[in-house]
Design a protein around this ligand. Structure first.
Ligand SMILES: C[S@@+](CC[C@H](N)C(=O)[O-])C[C@H]1O[C@@H](n2cnc3c(N)ncnc32)[C@H](O)[C@@H]1O
Length: 203
């Protein structure tokens, strides 16, 4: 791993993800999680303050040791146990049908095999469990899409593998989920980076 990926990227991730728009989504979506929760791509733990008293145990899956370290500093005072999982989302080390909620925020863009990761999320969810998601991805307009495809190779390199042009809704449905709610909109910012999918889906 090079210097940029090891030291700069985790710091940059924490900084960029602490923005107002992201906070607005966190406030809306994260309180919906309950019971045994798995958060995939826990990052620096920015969702932590928004979990409700309905959470009993949180599995925080995060492959980056630096981000896990930053997240560790945010755990003090949580009312539930946080258990770190040092793994990639394409092999979730949890039993089938063992969690009530899976949370993913701005992570499906980066996981190399997002379809496989979603199948893993589906495997670990209990029947009737819920996937909560907030993700950026492919925009509907061909003009914006063209820019997303054009910028993607460079963006991918500076963003630690982040992709601008994944069709998040298709990925979720093709992995065997059904939407309970799906909202799409541009948030504040440049159009190629800001088309956002949010909502919940069930296996
Ligand atoms: C843009 S950050 C989002 C962090 C956090 N979810 C948030 O809302 O602030 C993307 C996250 O995906 C994680 N990630 C990258 N590859 C992954 C993989 N294969 N499995 C799980 N998480 C991964 C990164 O380490 C990083 O924490």
């Amino acid at each position: 791993m090079n210097f940029y990926d090891r030291w700069v990227l985790p710091w940059l991730t924490d900084l960029c993800m602490r923005n107002k728009e992201a906070r607005r989504y966190r406030e809306l979506m994260i309180p919906l999680a309950s019971g045994r929760v798995l958060e995939v791509g826990f990052g620096s733990g920015l969702n932590l303050p928004f979990y409700s008293a309905g959470v009993r145990h949180l599995f925080a899956l995060e492959p980056s040791p630096e981000l896990r370290k930053m997240a560790g500093r945010r755990i003090n005072g949580t009312r539930f146990t946080v258990e770190f999982l040092d793994r990639s989302a394409d092999e979730i080390p949890l039993d089938r049908a063992s969690v009530d909620t899976v949370v993913t925020t701005w992570t499906l863009c980066t996981i190399p095999d997002a379809a496989r990761a979603l199948q893993e999320m589906k495997r670990v969810l209990k029947p009737g469990g819920v996937l909560l998601f907030v993700e950026h991805g492919l925009a509907p307009e061909p003009g914006v899409q063209a820019w997303q495809h054009r910028l993607n190779p460079l963006w991918n390199r500076i963003g630690g593998g982040c992709n601008l042009d994944r069709q998040i809704a298709d990925l979720i449905v093709q992995s065997g989920f059904r939407f309970g709610e799906l909202k799409t909109e541009y948030v504040k910012g440049l159009k190629p980076m800001s088309f956002t999918y949010s909502g919940w889906a069930s296996p």
